[in-house]
Design a protein around this ligand. Structure first.
Ligand SMILES: *[C@@H]1O[C@H](CO)[C@@H](O)[C@H](O)[C@H]1NC(C)=O
Ligand SMILES: *[C@@H]1O[C@H](CO)[C@@H](O)[C@H](O)[C@H]1NC(C)=O
Length: 449
């Protein structure tokens, strides 16, 4: 038993350290970036943190604060940080390799499961911990703040629909197969075994938990499969039950089918290797490239990408770019002021509706080689722009975008005519939605014309 636990832990940590790909903006912008901002005083806070009724708790990002704080105290946030930074993932490794709050929820659920069935009385120290957590949020925001309540109010509103609306059966038809992958047959069979009144009580409780949670989540318009991630450990318990039961039934005599079934389970390993090392790797790699550019050759950097397509200062860590005017990306503020979700367009939408028109009307005709800061490259997160789209840019020394942008020959011509040239690119195939294809490109202004 103990050996198994050590092997499992080693594999988790190995995956965490090896992960060099991008999965979801929240793994940076709702965790590492916030911790970096807290410790170093710069970085980008998204609207979730800046709106008058903030919806995120500082508790989760705070887990990352110690490592950034140690780096700061030891003055190690320079070159040595490169090594040490990859070690920050060690903390996430312990909590399921990605710095996304769902992963901690998942880990906490697993821990809770290991105490299952529970004693429902709440000892005083746990109640105190709960109060302390609320206190921590209020301290961070500087006013009494109940992030879970704000989260619920904001998410129950139409704001979350801005992030997409899915059909009622999404969790059954898509999330479940994606989460369970090759374990799905055993999860379903395990659920089947657990549903009857003759099943052991703990299993029935787990089954009830799955049914209840999936039903309630299915009522929300906005769905993402990672929201079910905390249920995965329970699904695995059911799958294991099914696996062990069916083995028992055959008396363990025929090793053939057993081997076949084990092989089936390991089929997901190649997929794991792909998402750990290759899928959307370029979006992380580009930040390492930009971090090592000399400040004089990258006095300003602009990202013409859908918002939050790459990590930010938590990876870049360039205090010389601590200014929205010299380090900017297109924004994507949700309709927090009650605008109609169906026809609301954010800055990213407006840019991609016609990139050429955006570049011609909101940028100057020529590059100013002193690279002054942009006046208003994006709206302020969480602040009402009053329905105006007031964005004004200066041409930055370095432009970062997905290759798909160059599919428009006029955009390519414009950038070349202005004096930009390709400096770096990383291409990893076909992945992403149409705006994110063609690899990540870095074009730099070369002062030779
Ligand atoms: C709630 O809204 C936030 C907006 O920050 C979104 O990121 C998140 O996915 C939503 N969660 C749910 C469960 O709808
Ligand atoms: C270039 O930017 C500087 C500020 O850095 C400004 O003083 C100057 O007027 C600008 N030049 C042009 C041609 O706009």
């Amino acid at each position: 038993m103990r050996n198994l636990a050590v092997i499992a832990l080693a594999i988790r940590i190995g995956i965490a350290l090896a992960t060099c790909t991008f999965f979801q903006p929240d793994e940076y912008f709702q965790s590492l970036e916030v911790a970096h901002h807290l410790v170093f005083g710069y970085g980008q806070l998204t609207w979730e943190w800046l709106t008058p009724k903030p919806i995120r708790s500082i508790v989760y990002p705070a887990l990352n604060v110690p490592i950034y704080w140690i780096l700061k105290m030891l003055n190690l946030d320079g070159t040595a940080a490169l090594i040490l930074f990859s070690l920050t993932s060690f903390f996430h490794g312990l909590s399921l390799s990605r710095s996304i709050s769902n992963s901690v929820e998942t880990s906490l659920t697993t821990m809770a499961l290991s105490y299952f069935p529970w004693d429902v009385s709440l000892p005083r120290w746990r109640a105190l911990v709960l109060i302390a957590l609320v206190g921590l949020d209020s301290l961070y925001y500087g006013k009494l703040t109940l992030t879970p309540v704000n989260f619920l109010l904001t998410n129950a509103s139409s704001v979350s629909l801005f992030y997409g609306r899915s059909p009622w059966h999404y969790y059954l038809s898509q999330a479940l197969p994606v989460l369970a992958t090759t374990a799905l047959p055993w999860v379903l069979h395990g659920a089947y075994l657990a549903r009857g009144s003759s099943a052991p009580a703990p299993l029935r409780v787990l089954f009830g938990l799955l049914v209840w949670t999936i039903s309630v989540y299915s009522l929300a318009g906005h769905k993402e499969w990672r929201f079910l991630h905390p249920l995965l450990p329970s699904m695995h318990v059911l799958a294991a039950k099914s696996f062990v039961d069916s083995r028992g039934a055959k008396g363990g005599s025929s090793s053939g089918p057993l081997l076949a079934r084990r092989l089936l389970i390991t089929l997901s390993v190649p997929a794991l290797i792909y998402v750990t090392f290759f899928h959307e790797r370029a979006q992380v790699a580009v930040m390492h490239h930009l971090r090592h550019l000399a400040p004089e050759t990258s006095r300003s950097i602009g990202f013409l990408m859908p918002c939050h397509s790459t990590p930010w200062q938590a990876y870049l860590h360039r205090p010389d770019l601590n200014n929205d005017g010299v380090l900017w990306a297109l924004g994507c503020e949700p309709p927090l002021q009650g605008q109609d979700v169906t026809d609301y367009q954010d800055q990213t939408d407006i840019f991609f509706a016609s990139p050429l028109e955006y570049l011609e009307t909101r940028f100057p005709d020529r590059v100013n080689a002193t690279f002054p800061p942009s006046f208003l490259p994006r709206s302020k997160p969480g602040v009402d722009a009053g329905g105006f789209h007031p964005w004004r840019h200066e041409w930055p020394q370095v432009l970062v975008f997905f290759g798909a942008l160059l599919d428009d020959p006029d955009v390519r011509k414009l950038l070349l005519a202005l004096g930009y040239e390709e400096d770096w690119k990383a291409e990893y195939g076909w992945e992403g939605d149409s705006r994110r294809r063609g690899g990540v490109r870095v074009w730099r202004y070369l002062d030779h014309i």
